[in-house]
Structure formats: structure tokens, C-alpha cells
Design a protein around this ligand. Sequence first.
Ligand SMILES: O=C(O)CCC(=O)C(=O)O
Length: 258
Amino acid sequence: MSTMAAGRSLDVQRFARDGFLIRRGLCPPEQCAQLQRVTEEHLREVRGPVEYEADVGYPGAPETKTEAGGLTVRRLLSACSREEVYRRWATSAAVRDQLRALFGREDVVVSQSHHNCVMTKHPGHSSATLWHQDIRYWSFDAPELISVWLALGDENERNGALKVIPGSHLLDLDRGRFDSSLFLRPELDSNRALIDQAQSVLLQAGDVLFFHCRLFHAAGMNLTEQTKLSPVFTYHLADNRPIPNTRSAQLPGISLND
Ligand SMILES: O=C(O)CCC(=O)C(=O)O
């Protein structure tokens, strides 16, 4: 997946170069509307499992669950098993076909251990996510996974859209560039120069971002009045196995061939 071969489509070549690809309107409006309806219902009922802003401890998050905003939901977890609509999207032909092209192989699997959630950003008590690569928290034979981020509404700089550093999935940075939680240390000149290359990923309902697990990304707080909802799933090839006894191996993957 990290090498470019002649004859591959422009999208595949772009992904290999930039570490991400945006497919506009890949999720049809009716499917988006259904996902939004179900997500709003689960949020209203605070249907578990969920992760709260106070759990993540990111900049801007309430420190404890007992303070104002402490019970703001940050992620609706276990999406594939929480409701059929999520699994249907995660295993849809639209997602599968794009992933097969990007991986260059058919045997794509969706992980239930990573992402597999709806990221939610609420007005008032949302937090920012500092610069990181998702693979730093995951354990697989090879750092070759792709996440698929679906916008159910507008995502822009005001409501905490993702920012990415194009091409950063190809970098190999020293441990000293990261803090104790494996976020880039923004005070280092070398990291600032990298962060200055960032671009915002502006999305509308139905748009989908495919991004490499080594791509550096970050996001701001939601400064609008509307909650931002983004289902996210992570995929790998069947022979790229999670390392036994790690969090990545906790739940079985779901094959997209089924
Ligand atoms: O929406 C955000 O704040 C970014 C979330 C993210 O990058 C992550 O959870 O890995």
C-alpha cells in the first residue's frame, strides 16, 4: 500500500503520496440521514458503551465527570455491534471497493478494536485533539491500516474539522519529537515547521476521508451551536494480524468479503 505502481488510478497514487483521500458524496443522502437519526437517538439516550470528554483528558475537556460538561459524550463506541446501520455502512460496497483499490488487495477486514465509533463534538464542552498518528496506539504486524471517516454534516474550521499534514505518513520521527502521550511536541521548532504544512479537511454530509494510520492529524474544538457527528472505522488486510495480547487483538475483525 505504501508503494506506488504504474497504472494505478489517480486516487490511489494520490493516497500513496499524501496519506489521505477525500471521496465526495460517497455515502448516499438517505444512508447519511439514517445514520444521523440513529446517532442522535443513541446520544439522547446516552446508550453505552460511550467515552466522555472527561475520559479523554484532551485540551478543553472537563477534567472530571462531576463538573459542568463532564458527561459530554466524545465517542459512541462499538459501532459495528451497537446498531445494524453502522455495520452496514462500515461493510458497504462503496467503502469496500475504495479500500480494495487503496490496499491493492481484496481481503479487507474492519477492526472492531480501533475507532469503530462515532466521534461526536458537542458545542460548549468539546476538546481539541493534538497532533498524532493513530498507529502509535495500535499494535499490528505492519503499520498498514486505513481509517474511513464519514461526515454526517458540515465539518469545517469552526466545528473542529480534522487537519492533516499531507505526506506525513512517510515520515519516521525520533521519539524525542513526541510527548509522554505520543502527541507531537508543538514547542519544538522542527515540529512547528511540520505543523505549518497542515491543511484542514473540509467536508459535507456524505463526504468520506480515507487516511493512513501513520498520517499526522489533529482537530480543534467545536465553536458552533451544532454537534458534529462522524462515524469512523479502521481497516487492514487479513494477513496483517493484531499482535496477541494487545488491545488491537481484543475483538475479532469483520471480513468485508462476507
Ligand atoms: O475529532 C477529533 O478531535 C480527532 C479525533 C482523532 O483524531 C482520534 O481520535 O484519533
